[in-house]
Design a protein around this ligand. Structure first.
Ligand SMILES: [Fe+2]
Length: 409
């Protein structure tokens, strides 16, 4: 086999190795370092480095090196000088310098010569300058030949594409971070707006101050106990805040009336879930079933609720949770027409209305979470901080345990 043929075969296998290195599963820095070793092996060069022009920073960064002095790493040259470097043509510097290196920026030439570099290959992808490949002398002390330069052009192209792909990937992850930030910002504004809305609803009736917020928190506590995913938890939180938005349309005289409501007034008050639905149905909520839960939060399992007299099988868990949270807060809060119940009476009431108004599975979850909160087993209690603290924990825990075991029996 002739020497030329052997050399050609060697070069082909070296290029194949490089191809494998730059497309491997390794991290970017491992890939680029392996690529450099592969190139140095091809030319049997004693030193080498790859520099990358970091986008936006206007600075050459050394991303791989072997034996080249750090002082030459980030040569103090402007990107304007770098982009004037020729494409597809290496520069010879150092001992075997050629005439072509005369047009290199002086500062770059000086830095490279000081670091013992022999060959400089600008890396381009189409019309974009990406970085530099630098090689030291050959171990054999032979000069680089025009054949070497042909190989070098192919090698440089592969490395340039690797660097460019990495830059694209970095841009993409910056974009993902920015989108995530914008989404969080949007979510925060969403929540602030919803809370402002809820404050407006509750302000109409001094007796229901913070009612919407409590219903949201109680619903979240029950949802978590039932093992719901984050999106469902967020959905019921929003539904809790907005469930009574229709009350904004109902007259204050009815909302704040101390005496029993007339049939006509009661009919008017009972329009509020439908009014809430009408107000909110044009909003595209990013969470499932928010508007449906709100529309049906006064339905009962036995079909005696409103507005649609739905029965247990037609009611989602979301509706059942919201309805329980709403009723429990109504029971344990002062209202214009009655005083509030203490905690043990409210629990008795839940028990009395099991199967007719409340679903046993949801009541059991509520009792379990309240029991955990009383025992201090939850890091962030959602129900307990809103209850009057004047109850006997052992009595209430006993009641909750009895109710849970009855419901699970
Ligand atoms: Fe309501």
């Amino acid at each position: 086999m002739s020497l030329e043929l052997r050399r050609a075969l060697y070069n082909i296998s070296a290029l194949a190795d490089l191809g494998q290195e730059v497309t491997s599963e390794k991290t970017f820095s491992e890939r680029i370092q392996s690529a450099l070793y592969s190139v140095m092996g091809t030319f049997l060069a004693n030193k080498g480095a790859i520099f990358w022009l970091e986008k936006g920073r206007d600075k050459l960064v050394r991303v791989a090196h072997k034996g080249l002095d750090e002082s030459g790493a980030t040569a103090a040259i402007s990107s304007a000088q770098l982009v004037s470097l020729r494409k597809d043509e290496p520069y010879l510097i150092g001992v075997s310098k050629d005439a072509s290196s005369q047009d290199l920026p002086r500062s770059l030439k000086k830095a490279l010569a000081a670091s013992d570099a022999e060959v400089l290959m600008p890396l381009w992808v189409r019309d974009e300058f990406i970085g530099l490949l630098v090689l030291g002398r050959k171990f054999s002390a032979e000069a680089y030949t025009s054949d070497d330069f042909e190989i070098l052009k192919v090698v440089a192209h592969q490395i340039a594409i690797t660097l460019n792909n990495h830059a694209l990937f970095m841009d993409l992850s910056d974009q993902v971070d920015e989108n995530r930030r914008l989404y969080e910002e949007m979510r925060r504004i969403y929540h602030d707006t919803i809370q402002a809305f809820a404050a407006a609803i509750d302000a109409k009736d001094p007796y229901t101050r913070n009612h919407s917020q409590r219903v949201a928190k109680y619903s979240v506590a029950i949802g978590r106990e039932l093992g719901w995913d984050d999106a469902s938890i967020e959905g019921i939180y929003i539904a809790g805040f907005l469930h009574d938005v229709g009350k904004l349309v109902i007259s204050n005289d009815i909302l704040n009336k101390k005496e029993t409501l007339t049939d006509k007034e009661l009919r008017e008050l009972r329009r509020h879930p439908t009014l809430s639905y009408k107000i909110l149905s044009n909003i595209k909520f990013p969470w499932k079933d928010v508007v449906k839960m709100i529309k049906h939060h006064h339905e009962k399992l036995d079909g005696t609720g409103y507005p649609a007299a739905l029965t247990t099988d037609e009611l989602s868990d979301g509706v059942k949770v919201l309805s329980l949270a709403d009723s429990f807060d109504a029971m344990t809060s002062e209202r214009s027409y009655r005083t509030k119940m203490d905690l043990s009476h409210a629990l008795e009431e839940l028990k009395r209305c099991l199967g007719t108004q409340f679903d046993g599975r949801i009541v059991a979850a509520f009792c379990r979470v309240l029991e955990k909160e009383i025992k201090g087993e939850l890091p962030e209690p959602n129900i307990l901080p809103h209850l009057d603290p004047d109850f006997d924990p052992s009595v209430i825990t006993g009641l909750l345990e009895a109710l849970v075991s009855e419901l699970s029996g």
